[in-house]
Design a binder for this molecule. Sequence first.
Ligand code: F6P
Length: 542
Amino acid sequence: MSATIPLTQKTEWHDLQHHAVQIGQHHLRELFAHDPERGERLQVSAAGLYLDYSKQRVTDETLDLLLKLAEACGLQERIEAMFRGELINTTEGRPVLHTALRAPKGESIWVAGRDIVPEVHAVLDRMTEFSNKVRSGTWLGYTGKPIRNIINIGIGGSDLGPEMAFEALRHYSRRDLVFRFVSNVDGTDFVEAVRDLEPDETLFIICSKTFTTEETLVDAMAARDWCVKQLGAGQALANHFVAVSSNQVAVERFGITIDHMFGMWDWVGGRYSMDSAIGLSTMLAIGSENFHAMLAGFHAMDSHFRHAPLAKNAPVVLGLLQIWNTNFLGAQTLAIIPYEQYLSLFPAYLQQLAMESNGKHFTVDGNAVDYATSPIYWGAAGTNSQHSFFQLLHQGTLLTPCDFIGFCQSFNRLGVQHDLLMANLFAQSEALAFGRNAQEVRDQGIAENLVPHRTFDGNRPSNTILAQCLNPHALGALVALYEHSVFVQGVIWHIDSFDQWGVELGKALARKTSAEVASSSDAVLTHDSSTNALIRRYKGCR
Ligand code: F6P
């Protein structure tokens, strides 16, 4: 099967390399001019999302060749293996079943002889019961006041997803409740989050799958101290702390009882967990009905991904285009540009999803790769980004593919503003693709010495994703679209997209270093001379 012939030795890979040379000779202007239907044809729709990829530097042949590569890499079987719960996270010996988090009641997914769907719904039901109590004001704090402030403490997947979802669905959120997200071990994050709040009206959600993450535990202890200082003894805190974790022992050791814990499972990766109990803050903000609508959006994209033919499969097409841009056109980054203020945190969310998943240089068999893997995902909301880094996108020397994301309807229609916003999205992708050549510049009467500066090469690829409006269903579908496109890329690159060993060395060194930094003695430091000098300097100046 797929792994037997290394990726770069596959015929399909070589065919794509040759094809890239041919495509390199054609500008997007020509591709559009020779194919008037292109803009209508090179698109795919799924779960309410419309993906236009006609402004990518591809032809129908490119897609055919990419699909052949996907076939040679066993993509269809790998998709099935994931949905069936096979141990595809091989380095951790785990199945990968975030899709089970949004499986409707009544479906069955078996893991080690147990149907996990009822377990998922049992947790969802407990979340619903809890969030209804908090939202209705019947969950009372120690002094008998209802909860008005909700602070999520967590980092990585236990923060980025919840905060992104809160921002994305703010339109649906309870405006009389305050939501804050504390993630950084930098004390400033916690202090600023609670500065104007009263502990007896505040609920902390300690979100940590492992409940061993140092930053989260340190912040959770700061929260406990802050409450104890004003509310008194530990038992006063009972209704002010809940936990989301798969580690019951550590949660109880921290002092949170099992009744106040919402479970998760080792078959959910942190960066794939915003629709698990890690999304408790989301449910508290938007209510359980909207949360279930979000799950339905995820599930609609899951079903599409599992059943649609590969050529019309949105996550497959999105993933393969990324392979094309990265491995055959040499792109090293992907800019994510939502033209939707509510999605301003989406690029940061995708950074963890994609880069922690596919930022790896060993295959699942432990062989070093001889091809590029994950590009750098980055970006910011439009139109602001047009006035910061778009200069480089249009005229810089780097090939920087973009994903533009926009919505046909806004929740905040102010005069012409939404039309203006969307006109900017359309204009940017058009300018990137088609540019403006020297003759066109001259035709505008521009002085000859300025012609080179006013010329735009174009031929810069982008996708555009459009949906009706940013409702919970659309958010679920959008996140699942990217989750699965990341998986598709990992399958082609033959890497384990679900481990994250690359974060371990830094953590281990930080543990050793923090003891040295904390100590007041001048004990001999055993790092390199730079690190030793920096630590000494810090200790001397703090
Ligand atoms: O350090 C990386 C990581 O393990 C992420 O994968 C994860 O999302 C984050 O830390 C937080 O982990 P936890 O939820 O276990 O605290």
